[in-house]
Ligand binder design. Structure first.
Ligand SMILES: NC(=O)C1=CN([C@@H]2O[C@H](COP(=O)(O)OP(=O)(O)OC[C@H]3O[C@@H](n4cnc5c(N)ncnc54)[C@H](O)[C@@H]3O)[C@@H](O)[C@H]2O)C=CC1
Ligand SMILES: O=C(O)CCC(=O)C(=O)O
Length: 470
């Protein structure tokens, strides 16, 4: 445990930092007193390491939307940040007015952070996607303005795989229809076209985190597993990778999609693909709504080619929960879809379990505060991944320079010239495309030097953004 004396010392240091700053307000965005309250599992800031102090920006402002898990709210609040929490997404106008001020925003799959929105985000340092998919953020533009984006790459994979496994059985046994019938008083005990899944073939499109988890579950049910992926991936168990989508479609009884939303995956399954599938086979999509051409699927079900489908995602999804939202105004084919037999529709809940949401909350909130507090960008999806070990308490006069810049020749020379009056204790730089990110710890820096260093770095041509933590 941190002793009261240590806490007092840190508080005093922090207060000193605020009093001494008196200059460039934009220099740093480190957190406040609650550094000391870090929990054991958040290893980046242990009691041995020095908490990096803010300059004079006051508290960090965090906007959390779409009911991200309370674990995230707690972690970010403990950091001393000002956390504004909303259960839903926001309309564009409200989002723009709020994003102007904040240093970090946390979203799930609904909030679209386009260039149009991000242009207003003048103080934004980082974005947290509290989910796997990051297609809702303009990642390239975010990098261009020096904003690092983090997600949770696999905390909800198991939840999606379990839902899909349940849907495979539910479709094979027409459970959705029987349940609806009984809810409305109809007893319909039938076995016609109801099957065991044992011995049937599951075709998985996209053998990543979710596809691979599902593969294991399906084999435990006695299914044969084929998968198609654009990269060669080691098969788990007895699964087998096929080299074309057509081969997968022609051999599978169940086809399920687990690919990201990209231009290549738009309408990955449409008329020709449904035609290539086995008669009476089933389709599942819990990836993104654009991956399946739903009007084509509706036709394939109507003519009896496809025996059933389970959909969790749709091209347009309502911004909030409520009755009367899943209607033709949202997607013009909805009334057609809901009238079909053996079609299971769920409201984008593949990753929505207590386990997944709480793990995602911890993972993404931790990534956000590590980036805000220490500059550690490991795990970022749009940004060079750079990290330096934390500073120790004895490094009183050490300043951490975080310099995001255009990836052009000569920058390091210029920056190191600026830093040359000080000892560069450690330095790490990496680039990704047009963006580069330099972290450097420089020692023997007096408070009076900080503004000067900042001003010099700020004047460099290649600069995108700078933060100095100390
Ligand atoms: N319904 C829900 O609540 C959830 C949906 N998702 C969606 O599921 C998607 C997949 O998630 P993960 O398995 O974690 O992703 P992942 O990145 O681990 O795996 C995706 C796989 O798809 C492959 N792929 C990409 N383009 C392809 C193409 N054109 N054809 C065939 N394969 C292709 C990749 O090579 C990779 O192996 C996410 O991108 C997200 O959109 C994820 C979590 C929850
Ligand atoms: O939980 C959510 O809102 C989105 C889940 C999802 O689709 C993802 O993780 O990519």
């Amino acid at each position: 445990m941190t002793s009261p004396q240590q806490i007092n010392k840190l508080n005093n240091n922090f207060q000193d930092a605020l009093n001494l700053s008196g200059s460039a307000g934009a220099v740093s965005t480190s957190p406040v007193q609650s550094f000391m309250n870090t929990l054991p599992h958040r290893q980046s800031i242990s009691k041995q390491t020095k908490a990096l102090k803010p300059f004079s920006t006051g508290d960090i402002k965090i906007l959390l939307l779409e009911n991200v898990n309370q674990t995230a709210v707690e972690i970010l609040t403990e950091q001393g940040y000002q956390v504004e929490f909303h259960k839903t997404s926001l309309d564009d106008e409200t989002l723009i007015s709020k994003i102007k001020d904040v240093h970090a925003i946390g979203i799930r799959s609904k909030t679209k952070l386009t260039e149009k929105i991000l242009k207003h985000a003048k103080n934004l340092v980082t974005i947290g996607c509290f989910c796997i998919g990051t297609n809702q953020v303009d990642l390239e533009y975010a990098a261009k303005i020096g904003v690092a984006v983090f997600n949770s790459p696999f905390s909800n994979s198991r939840s999606v795989a379990e839902l899909v496994m349940a849907e495979i059985v539910a479709l094979a046994r027409q459970i959705g229809d029987r349940s609806i019938e009984l809810h409305t008083g109809t007893w319909n005990k039938v076995s016609n076209k109801c099957w065991e899944v044992r011995g049937k073939t599951l075709g998985i499109i996209g053998y990543g985190h979710i596809g691979a988890q599902l593969s294991v579950l399906a084999e435990a049910f006695g299914m044969r597993v084929l998968y198609y992926d654009i990269v060669t991936i080691m098969a788990l168990g007895s699964a087998r990778q096929v080299s074309t989508l057509d081969e997968l479609l022609s051999k599978s009884d169940f086809v399920t999609c687990h690919v990201p939303e990209t231009p290549e995956t738009k309408n990955l399954l449409s008329f020709p693909q449904f035609a290539a599938m086995k008669d009476g086979s089933y389709v599942i999509n819990a990836s993104r709504g654009t991956v399946i051409d739903i009007p084509a699927l509706i036709q394939a079900i109507k003519v009896g080619k496809i025996a059933g489908a389970a959909l969790d995602v749709y091209p347009h999804e309502p911004p909030k929960n409520g009755a009367g939202l899943f209607v033709d105004n949202l997607n013009p084919w909805i009334s057609d879809l809901v009238s079909l037999p053996n079609v299971i529709l769920t409201p984008h809940i593949g990753g929505s379990t207590e386990e997944a949401q709480s793990a995602i909350g911890v993972e993404v909130a931790t990534a956000l505060f590590r980036y805000i507090n220490e500059g550690n960008s490991v795990g970022s999806v749009n940004f060079p991944e750079v990290s330096l070990r934390s500073l120790g308490y004895d490094q009183e006069k050490t300043v951490r320079v975080l310099y995001i810049h255009h990836n052009v020749p000569g920058v390091l020379k210029t920056v190191n010239n600026i830093l040359s009056d000080h000892n560069i204790e450690k330095q790490y730089s990496d680039s990704q495309g047009e963006i580069a990110y330099l972290m450097a710890d420089i020692s023997n820096v007096n408070q009076s030097d900080i503004k000067d260093i900042y001003d010099q770095l700020n004047a460099t041509e290649a600069k995108i953004s700078i933060r100095l933590l100390y």
